[in-house]
Design a protein around this ligand. Structure first.
Ligand code: ADP
Ligand code: MG
Ligand code: ZN
Length: 571
């Protein structure tokens, strides 16, 4: 293709609205334009890159025997009501009505539709296993769409679903996906981690996330350099750091003291001159409609995922201020577990064995000292906290590292959740009807592109891998108006095409500096510059990543790109 004919609207300045690098560069390089919050148009370059990503995903899914389908994005409410997720998805679901007033929604994911197809057709164990997938738009009314394509309200997902007769079958389907995902992300040139994850609103048991370490990410991962343990922070287990000050000795009784205006853990720490680790943090929660008091060490954060898991609840939320007052007789800031009868109390394990700590007194502006978990209040101990900086690995004791990451893929064992709620059963070898065991597996196509940009860029722009860059090579005559340069460039370009390289000819009537800047910005992995050295039969071959430049004979330029590009695509 000839650059002079193309629509590649590059920008010189960083758009003010873009905070993360991939957002800035995708806008600046003319890949995307925003239509509305979290809704983007993918222009020519983005589309080329996304199609390459999609093709890699498709090849690797086909290689594990997965069958591609395309399901509707528009769903009737009934289907989601059957699985119980019509309510559960809340405001994240885009909802609409048809002309008859019937409730519909835009698909956030496709477990329901896939299960409805399977239950209508699968009758016997002989038809199992099955793996079905699609590459389709998903719609999620994200509360904070931001960071360019990283968190959007309409995005492309590869989602697949496995149907097996038994747990061993599911293990095999899960492992196939695990392997396919590794190959996909390897081929896309990403550096990634595989971490244990919780399975969220999907239900089920085992789950892994594929994560790219990046400050642009919104997920935290805890990882151990020594033994390799790694998990999403929502689910990571850890050994808490030691309290900063030893607890007062002795079997002391709780004692009220006045803390006027001291509402936060930090306020109380400053006031008492005792560290946050000496306090008990009390959080009033509502789990499936029932009030629960969750208590943790002052410096720890509640993991809502662990809390929901410990409660066996599917719907949890913090209590409203009126509820706190009604149930405990005080406002947030003075709440505590001592004397609480009406609420179930759950305590984080880090409080086990601690004594004489500080907690709210359930009286405004008062706290208690000498509070001991399990003595001054009855508590069930659970692992409820998020792993924090300074925590150690449960397995080997090494300090855990916390990293910000971008989730690019997620695999779940769904178990029987959908087959049971929606009635998907087959006859087993004994002729008995049994529910089918399922798995669900997702990859965010745009996230792969964004994560690649986050990982591979420099001050001049993107440095995408050969496998997903919109073009592999750009041939740039320094002076397009100069006939010999122009002709040589045209010939090299043709040879590139003949060798099967995705090539672009920058025939624009622009200063060389502008052409080089644009090529660097949009991230084309190789550039062949045709300039003055043509007189000696040479052109310059520049690798975008690292900007390494070598002179090569005109006749060998295309072949040199071809061989380097194939080296690159296997890394
Ligand atoms: N709002 C979004 N914007 C872009 N990609 C998304 C978004 N939500 C999810 N994805 C992609 O789809 C994959 C599968 O989604 P899923 O695990 O269901 O999402 P989540 O973990 O956000 O609930 C994610 O790993 C991610 O790559
Ligand atoms: Mg996920
Ligand atoms: Zn370890």
């Amino acid at each position: 293709m000839h650059w002079s004919n193309l629509f590649i609207p590059t920008l010189r300045e960083n758009p003010a609205e873009a905070e993360v690098v991939s957002h800035q560069l995708l806008l600046r390089a003319g890949y995307i334009r925003q239509l509305s919050a979290g809704i983007y148009s993918y222009l020519f370059l983005a589309q080329r890159s996304l199609l390459k990503i999609t093709q890699i995903v498709r090849e690797e899914m086909d290689a594990i025997g997965a069958q591609e389908m395309l399901l509707p994005a528009l769903h009737p409410a009934e289907l989601w009501q059957e699985s119980g997720r019509w309510n559960l998805m809340g405001d994240n679901m885009f909802r609409l009505k048809d002309r008859f007033g019937r409730d519909m929604c835009l698909g956030m994911t496709h477990e329901e539709v896939m299960t409805s197809i399977a239950r209508g057709e699968l009758r016997s164990y002989k038809q199992l296993p099955q793996i079905w997938y699609q590459i389709q738009n998903k719609f999620r009314d994200e509360p904070r769409p931001k960071s360019g394509l990283l968190r959007v309200r309409q995005f492309i997902m590869k989602d697949s679903y496995s149907f097996d007769l038994d747990a061993a079958g599911l293990d095999a389907s899960y492992q196939k996906h695990h392997n396919a995902y590794r190959r996909i992300f390897d081929r896309c040139g990403l550096d990634y981690l595989v971490v244990e994850a919780h399975s969220g609103a999907m239900g089920g048991s085992q789950s892994h996330e594929f994560m790219v370490a990046s400050d642009a990410g919104e997920d935290f991962v805890a990882l151990c350099r020594k033994c390799g343990y790694s998990a999403n922070l929502e689910k990571a287990v850890s050994r808490p750091s030691a309290p900063q000050t030893a607890d007062p000795a002795g079997d002391l009784a709780p004692e009220e003291f006045h803390t006027p205006g001291r509402k936060t853990i930090a306020d109380v720490a400053a006031f008492t001159e005792l560290p946050e680790t000496s306090q008990i943090k009390s959080l009033v929660m509502v789990a499936d409609g029932a009030p629960v008091l969750a208590v943790l060490r002052g410096d720890h954060q509640l993991s809502e995922t662990k809390f929901a898991g410990a409660m066996g609840a599917s719907d949890i939320r913090p209590a409203h201020p009126e509820e706190m007052r009604r149930w405990l007789g005080a406002d947030a800031g003075s709440l505590g577990p001592v004397g609480v009868k009406k609420l179930r109390i759950v305590a984080d394990c880090a409080l086990q064995g601690r004594h004489n700590m500080i907690a709210g007194a359930n009286r405004d502006d008062y706290h208690l000292r000498n509070v001991t978990s399990g003595e001054d209040f009855a508590a069930e101990f659970h692992d409820l906290r998020q792993a924090a900086a300074g925590d150690a690995c449960m397995t080997c004791g090494e300090l855990l590292e916390l990293r910000k990451t971008i989730e690019i893929g997620h695999i779940f064992k769904l178990g029987y959740k959908y087959s049971e709620s929606m009635g998907l059963r087959v006859l087993n070898t004994d002729g008995a009807e049994v529910p089918v065991i399922m798995g669900s597996y997702g990859i965010g196509i745009e996230r792969i592109l964004s994560a690649a940009v986050e990982q591979r860029h420099d001050a001049d722009g993107m440095a995408l891998p050969v496998s997903i860059a919109p073009f592999v090579v750009v041939v740039t005559p320094v002076n397009s108006a100069e006939p010999t340069q122009r002709r040589a460039a045209e010939e090299i370009y043709q040879t590139c095409l003949e060798l099967g390289l995705d090539a672009l000819l920058d025939d624009r009537d622009e200063r060389p500096g502008v052409k080089f800047k644009d090529a660097d910005l949009v991230g084309i992995p190789f550039r062949i510059t045709v300039g003055k050295k043509l007189a000696q039969g040479m052109v310059e071959l520049v690798e975008r990543r690292g900007k390494k430049s070598t002179d090569v004979p005109v006749a060998e330029a295309a072949a040199a790109v071809k061989s380097r590009a194939s080296d690159h695509s296997t890394t």
